[in-house]
Structures are given as structure tokens and as C-alpha cells.
Design a protein. Structure first.
Length: 267
């Protein structure tokens, strides 16, 4: 499939667009001729990104905080006023974790769920009436390999990513008759700064680039695979290196999985 033709002129809303996977999604989609709505908390970074993209005049900076998303409907109205439609929502924004379940406070647990799950689905619900009226629309949801199984120092992060899977698989079944498609991406070790902003037990930023991220797949390759899966309307896509074998190991060789995975480094 010609991805440039598929994405040309589509209105695509990207959350978490100021860095990492979200930023690279914006860069690749802009080269394909998409019209982008760029969202994250840091307006300055979003404006810098917009200015660096192909045809910056085609793109819109729309700051948002996924922890405070009561105004989701107003954000959608703003996009519709500008473009008249929304073709794809890429729910990429989120925050990771670097703390044990025992040490993580309930406040931090709720904070992560608010950002990674409730903020995420609030946007999905706000966009859904538009998709239904258009009789078309796509969601690209960025889960994680941690949404397939739990891991050290990821208890609430893993729970939030698994919760997205259950929600969007249900939504996909319910809305297929309205021409709406869902693709869930499960990245493994990807070279992005996600670990630096991960929350510790007290809610502070981890502030360290983990070895697993630093040595992971390039973000450019990761995003290219995501966009290919989205263009082919795949239900899900696993992205990464040898760490993806753990997904199949858990399914087909669970006893081996439980011997090997607990010994792997958390960072």
C-alpha cells in the first residue's frame, strides 16, 4: 500500500506529540501530506515541532493535559471548526513507571490511571460521535508490551496499558458497523526518552535513560511499522526486537515464561 496516498490530507490528532513516538509520528505523517493536530502539555515544544514540519500552515497546536481532560468535547469542536472532520485519533500520550507495587502510593497509582487510561478514553469518546456521523474513523492506540504481561517496577503502568486493550477491543467490536476501526500497537524496547519521565514511587520523574530504552529499536523504525499497520487496518501490531518473544512464550510456554521473565532487568 502507498502510505503517502493513504494519509494524504487526512486530519490526524496525535497526543503525546512533543517527544518520542508522538513526535516521530508527526514527522512521518507530515511528509505523507497529513494535516496534524499536535497535542501534549508543552506548548513551546509543540510549536517548535509544528514549525519544523512539512507545510507547517496545515497543522494545529492544541495543548492538553491528559490528567485534566474534562474539556475533551471543546477540544473536538475546535478541531472540527478548523478542519471540518477528524479521520484518525492517535492516542499516544502517557507516562511510565519505575517503582514497585509496594512502594508506589495510591496517589501515584491514580495519577497514572488518570493519564494513561481515563484521559485516553475521554478523547476516544469525544471523537466517537464525529466518527459515527462520518461513518468512518480510525483509532491508533499505543499500548505496550507491558499491556501483554506484568513486569518489575511496572505494576500500575502495566495495568493501565492492559486496561486500554480491553476497552478498545470492545469498542472495535461495537463500532465496526459504523465504519470505525481500531489498531492497538504494543511497542517493546524503543529508543525514546519515556524512562526519563517515568514516575517513581513518590510521583517524581525517574530522570534516567534506561539501558533497555537506549539500546532499543529506533523510533523511526517503530513508527514506520505502526503507520503500516494503521494503513492496513490491522487489529494489533507488536513492535520491537527479541523481547517480543516473551509474548508468545507466555501464551504457548507459560512455565518457561515464568522461569525466564522474572530474571530480566527492569531497566
Amino acid at each position: 500500500m502507498n502510505q503517502s496516498a493513504y494519509y494524504r490530507n487526512k486530519v490526524i490528532w496525535i497526543t503525546g506529540a512533543s517527544s518520542g513516538i508522538g513526535e516521530e509520528l508527526a514527522r512521518q505523517l507530515a511528509t505523507f501530506g497529513a494535516q496534524l493536530v499536535l497535542s501534549a502539555r508543552n506548548q513551546e515544544k509543540l510549536s517548535t515541532l509544528k514549525a519544523s514540519l512539512t507545510k507547517p500552515e496545515n497543522h494545529l497546536v492544541l495543548p492538553l493535559d491528559l490528567a485534566e481532560i474534562a474539556h475533551a468535547d471543546a477540544l473536538v469542536e475546535h478541531i472540527i471548526h478548523r478542519y471540518g472532520r477528524i479521520d484518525i485519533l492517535i492516542n499516544n500520550g502517557g507516562v511510565s513507571q519505575r517503582a514497585s507495587a509496594n512502594d508506589t502510593s495510591m496517589e501515584v497509582n491514580r495519577q497514572l490511571m488518570e493519564v494513561n487510561f481515563f484521559g485516553n478514553i475521554a478523547l476516544a469518546k469525544a471523537v466517537l460521535p464525529i466518527f459515527r456521523a462520518q461513518k468512518s474513523g480510525q483509532y491508533l492506540v499505543i499500548s505496550s508490551i507491558a499491556g501483554k504481561f506484568g513486569f518489575h517496577l511496572r505494576s500500575i503502568y502495566s495495568a493501565s496499558k492492559a486496561a486500554l486493550v480491553g476497552y478498545y477491543e470492545s469498542l472495535s467490536m461495537e463500532e465496526a458497523a459504523h465504519g470505525i476501526c481500531v489498531t492497538i500497537a504494543f511497542p517493546g524496547k524503543i529508543n525514546t526518552p519515556i524512562s526519563t519521565s517515568a514516575l517513581t514511587a513518590s510521583g517524581e520523574a525517574h530522570g534516567v535513560m534506561d539501558h533497555n530504552q537506549a539500546t532499543g529499536m529506533s523510533v523511526e523504525k517503530c513508527v514506520a511499522q505502526m503507520l503500516d499497520a494503521l494503513a492496513h487496518q490491522k487489529k494489533e501490531v507488536l513492535i520491537g526486537g527479541k523481547e517480543l518473544l516473551a509474548v508468545y512464550m507466555k501464551r504457548f510456554l507459560p512455565r518457561l515464561f515464568w522461569k525466564i521473565i522474572p530474571k530480566q532487568s527492569a531497566t
